[in-house]
Design a protein around this ligand. Structure first.
Ligand code: CP
Length: 315
C-alpha cells in the first residue's frame, strides 16, 4: 500500500481488518519493521485518539515519531497556486510538504473540512497536496471528507462483537448545535459497503450524504424504523451536504436513549468520540454494557498499525 488516504488505497478491507485483529493479539510481531524510520504527524486540528493511537502504533513498529501542530508550531500554509503571498500565510504547501518529506519516511496528516466550499472540501486540497508534494507515503488522520483510520477501527470492533454473519448496522445522525464534517459518516458508509453487513443509514430530511458516498445504501428518514432489529447503532452528527455545512435541525428526538436502543436486537452503541453526553446520547446508553465506544477507541491503535504495516512493507 503506497498511501492510506481513502478506500481506493485498500485492495482488501477484509485482509486489513484481519491484520488489525492479528496485531491486537500480538502487537510487537513486526517491531523491527520501522526501525530507524520516522513518522511525522501533522495536525491542522485538535485530536486525542488519533494523535496518541497513531504514535502508539508507530512505536509498536519500532518507528520514531515527530508531531507538529500547524499554525501554533509552524508557519501558516498557503495551498493555492499562483497567488501573491502578501497576507498572513508565510509558507506554501509545495515547499512545506516537500521539506517534511525530507525529514520523515511517512507522514500522517489531519485537516478537517472548512464546511464553506463543498467543491474545495471534496477535492481534498490538503491531503492531495501532501500526496503530490511530500514524496513519501501519506496516512489520512481525518481529512475534509474521509476518516479511514476510524473506519478500519470500527470494522475491527464490529468483527469482534458480532454474533451474526450478516449483522444489521445502522448509521444514525444525532443532533448537535455546531456544523460538523461528514468525514466519519462518509468513511463508515464506504467501508461498510465493502463488507457483507446489512447497512441502513437514517437521518432527517436534508441530511442525506453525498450520492457518490451512499450509492445504493438504504436511507430511511424514520429513525425508529431503522433501529428495528439492529445489531449495531453507529451514532454521528454531520452537517448537511445538500445545504452545505448548514445545521438544519437540532431535533433532540434523534438522540440515542435507552428507549431507542430497546428497538434494536440488543444492539451495541458505537461512536467515534469525542461525544457530547446528554446531547447526542444518554449516560445510560454510553455507560451501559452494550456501549462499544472504549473498545472502538482502543482499536484505533490496531487500525493505524495495520495501515502503517502495509505501508512499510511496500517501501
Ligand atoms: N475519533 C477521533 O478521531 O478522535 P480524535 O478527534 O480525538 O482524534
Amino acid at each position: 500500500m503506497k498511501h492510506f488516504i481513502n478506500l481506493d488505497d485498500v485492495s482488501s478491507v477484509e485482509t486489513l481488518v484481519n491484520l488489525g485483529l492479528n496485531l491486537k493479539a500480538n502487537p510487537l510481531q513486526y517491531q523491527s519493521l520501522g526501525k530507524d524510520l520516522t513518522i511525522g504527524l501533522v495536525f491542522f486540528n485538535s485530536s486525542l485518539r488519533t494523535r496518541i493511537s497513531t504514535q502508539k502504533a508507530a512505536l509498536n513498529l519500532g518507528m520514531n515519531v515527530i508531531v507538529m501542530n500547524v499554525g501554533s508550531d509552524s508557519w501558516q500554509l498557503e495551498f493555492e497556486d499562483g497567488v501573491v503571498m502578501d497576507q498572513g500565510k508565510a509558507e506554501h504547501i509545495r515547499e512545506a510538504a516537500a521539506v517534511l518529506g525530507q525529514y520523515c519516511d511517512v507522514l500522517g496528516v489531519r485537516a478537517f473540512a472548512g464546511l464553506t466550499d463543498r467543491d474545495e472540501d471534496y477535492r481534498e486540497v490538503v491531503l492531495e497536496s501532501f500526496r503530490r508534494f511530500a514524496g513519501v507515503p501519506v496516512i489520512n488522520l481525518e481529512s475534509a471528507t474521509r476518516h479511514p483510520c476510524q473506519s478500519l477501527a470500527d470494522l475491527i470492533t464490529i468483527e469482534e462483537l458480532k454474533t451474526k454473519e450478516k449483522p444489521k448496522v445502522v448509521l444514525t445522525w444525532v443532533p448537535h448545535f455546531k456544523p460538523l464534517p461528514q468525514a466519519v459518516a462518509n468513511s463508515f458508509t464506504e467501508w461498510v459497503l465493502r463488507t457483507d453487513y446489512d447497512l441502513v443509514i437514517t437521518n432527517p430530511e436534508g441530511y442525506d450524504l453525498a450520492p457518490e458516498i451512499r450509492k445504493n445504501a438504504r436511507v430511511v428518514h424514520n429513525q425508529d424504523e431503522a433501529f428495528a432489529g439492529a445489531d449495531f447503532i453507529y451514532a454521528k452528527n454531520w452537517s448537511s451536504y445538500e445545504s452545505y455545512g448548514k445545521v438544519l435541525t437540532q431535533d433532540p428526538s434523534w438522540a440515542i436513549t435507552p428507549e431507542k436502543m430497546a428497538l434494536t436486537d440488543s444492539g451495541y452503541f458505537m461512536h467515534c468520540l469525542p461525544v457530547r453526553r446528554g446531547l447526542k446520547v444518554s449516560d445510560a446508553v454510553i455507560d451501559g454494557t452494550h456501549s462499544a465506544v472504549i473498545q472502538q477507541a482502543g482499536n484505533r491503535v490496531w487500525s493505524a498499525q495495520a495501515a502503517l504495516t502495509r505501508i512499510l512493507e511496500s517501501r
